[in-house]
Design a protein around this ligand. Structure first.
Ligand SMILES: [Zn+2]
Length: 54
């Protein structure tokens, strides 16, 4: 079961922050966590760098 993220993510296409829900949180090889979701306005994939778990 994968972790999800809901919140603001910057969309590079809209050049604005968008509210995403159910963005999938994944950890890359460097141990960095990032949430990958879809812009509700233009449909572009938006990625938010989460950093380390606090
Ligand atoms: Zn967008």
């Amino acid at each position: 079961m994968s972790e999800t993220y809901s919140g603001e993510v910057y969309c590079v296409k809209c050049k604005e922050k968008r509210e995403v829900t159910d963005a999938v949180v994944a950890e890359n090889a460097n141990g960095r966590r990032m949430a990958k979701g879809t812009c509700p306005v233009c449909g572009t994939t938006v990625v938010r760098i989460m950093g380390k778990k606090k």
